[in-house]
Ligand binder design. Structure first.
Ligand code: NAD
Length: 502
């Protein structure tokens, strides 16, 4: 599929993609995909006001009926999976297979949300007072503001929107300024779902804000948006989190990771190898869950490291839309500069480096393809505290599992982690109270690639938010406790006597 065909299949017209001030270039070859119109501050205010109106109507629609809208969205995503997956590859540079995977995640969360629409369960709680009942209700909360990162240009919107809509909320989405076109495509698909659904989907139920961080900031500071779900760098979260807290809003922060794999001596080295390779070079190292560090036991270190190095030499790197490609480009020149700076630092510290060079420059002078890099860390006590959003794998040797777990945890971020071992004691230690401190702790599976059924998110500077499955939906609702008295007396809680004679 060429660029025009992809855009046509997604019903994006030339008019919509021209004449605007936001120029969008494909990381595949630097070609201009479109020049889209940005929202102004006034337009942003208007969209927030419209979202409040939509919310007030939508919250009155029964949950299972709200679920029907998401069922239709999932149906349309199935129909458009190929084109949307290709547009993801075109705009953010991940390979087509991973683009399809991202759309499949959207479909999966829609299916999950449809079921959830009939399961927004509260509790009944035993009251301490005679003739009383206590209940807990979950109520829609209001417009949900979604801010997303470039590397998951469509799935993050779906994780949030599918849940928020079945919960009775409206949505305003500010996608990354690097990937507004796939966002416009999603908006089209959503409008199609609304058209199939009928009149009880209010206008402006899910809207899109095209712009840079200043537009996101307007939404972040606005009290009319009670929930802000923000996905991106720790630097972004450090600004957004306090701003939302200052107005007593709720934030769901999904920020950077610095994910590690531990390979124990008993590990199945074949699957450990595969897990590390996909985690480290998949999406060209541009996943929040990418494997950035690996701690390998001394007994298996040489075998595994030489296998990894050899495989790095044979990676097929190139056009993300070519089915043979495993590693696409970095998003832009800045990402390449950041990668280069991190490798220069490692070199100056005496580490051994394989890969890291820019390649295919003659063929794609305006794109940034690189050989993924392996850095063998020089000293035992070294650690890597920063997330460099590029395919750099730092390798450490260990001899003591507790020490490896300590070093894995000894970073500011806490998103994803994994151990490869066939020793049940080691596996259980890794997932116990004193084991991994991350939101995700896998055994014999790499750090990258989560299913939607579980709650997704991380601790520490990763922000503490949870999205997607399990009970993440509760963050999109407000909890109401209601005590009902069906007796003729009014006993006070805790047996308090207030002005009575006895
Ligand atoms: P980024 O922080 O540069 O931008 C993310 C989004 O935040 C963009 O839409 C941007 O416009 C917006 N933004 C930036 N500053 C803002 C502000 N002050 N107020 C409001 N909005 C603001 O991140 P990126 O380069 O697009 O994405 C890469 C980063 O995202 C990595 O750190 C990666 O680990 C992280 N990420 C995390 C997850 C997760 O679920 N934990 C998922 C994907 C990406």
């Amino acid at each position: 599929m060429d660029m025009q065909e992809i855009l046509t299949q997604l019903n994006l017209s030339a008019d919509e993609l021209s004449g605007g001030t936001l120029k969008v270039h494909s990381p595949r070859d630097g070609a201009l995909i479109g020049s889209v119109h940005m929202d102004s501050a006034d337009m942003t205010q208007d969209k927030i006001a419209a979202s409040v109106i939509a919310f007030k109507e939508w919250r009155m629609v029964p949950g299972p009926r709200r679920g029907e809208l998401i069922r239709l969205l999932g149906e349309i995503l199935r129909e458009k999976k190929d084109a949307l997956g290709a547009s993801v590859a075109l705009e953010c540079g991940k390979i087509y297979q991973e683009g399809l995977g991202e759309v499949q995640e959207m479909i999966d969360i829609c299916d999950f949300a449809v079921g959830l629409s009939r399961q927004l369960y509260g509790l009944t709680i035993a009251s301490e007072r005679p003739g009383h009942k206590m209940r807990e209700y979950w109520q829609p909360i209001g417009p949900v503001g979604v801010i997303s990162a470039f590397n998951f240009p469509v799935a993050v919107w779906a994780w949030n929107t599918a849940l928020a809509l079945v919960c009775g909320d409206s949505v305003i989405w500010k996608p990354s300024e690097k990937t507004p076109i796939t966002a416009l495509a999603c908006q089209k698909l959503f409008m199609e779902a609304c058209a199939r659904f009928g009149d009880d989907a209010p206008d402006n139920l899910s809207q899109i804000l095209i712009g840079e961080r200043d537009i996101g900031e307007i939404m972040v500071e606005d009290k009319r948006v009670p929930v802000i779900s923000a996905t991106g760098s720790c630097a972004m979260g450090r600004i957004v989190g306090p701003k939302v807290a200052a107005r007593f809003g709720r934030s769901i922060l999904e920020l950077g990771g610095n994910n590690a794999i531990i390979v124990a001596p008993s590990a199945d080295l074949d699957i450990a190898f595969q897990g590390i390779l996909f985690g480290a070079v998949g999406t060209c190292g541009q996943r929040c869950t990418s494997t950035r560090r690996v701690f390998i036991h001394a007994d298996v270190y040489d075998t595994l490291v030489s296998r990894l190095k050899e495989s790095y030499l044979g990676l097929s790197i190139g056009d993300p839309l070519d089915p043979a490609t495993l590693v696409g480009p970095l998003i832009d020149g800045m990402a390449f500069q950041n990668m280069k700076a991190a490798l220069d630092l490692a070199k100056s510290n005496g580490s051994k480096i394989v890969g890291g060079e820019r390649i295919l420059e003659d063929k794609y002078p305006d794109a940034y393809y690189v050989n993924p890099a392996i850095v063998e860390m020089a000293g035992k006590d070294d650690n890597i505290q920063e997330e460099t959003f590029a395919p750099i794998l730092y390798i450490f040797k260990y001899t003591d599992l507790d020490d490896a777990i300590h070093r894995q945890n000894d970073v500011p971020q806490g998103l994803s982690s994994a151990i490869f071992t066939r020793d049940v004691l080691e596996a259980e230690t890794f997932t116990c109270e004193s084991g991994s401190d991350c939101g995700i702790a896998n055994v014999n599976i790499g750090t990258s690639g989560a299913e939607i059924g579980g709650a997704f998110g991380g601790e520490k500077e990763t922000g503490g938010g949870r999205e997607s499955g399990s009970d993440s939906w509760k963050a999109y609702m407000r909890r109401m406790t209601s005590t009902l008295n069906y007796s003729t007396a009014l006993p006070l809680a805790q047996g308090i006597k207030f002005g009575s004679d006895d």
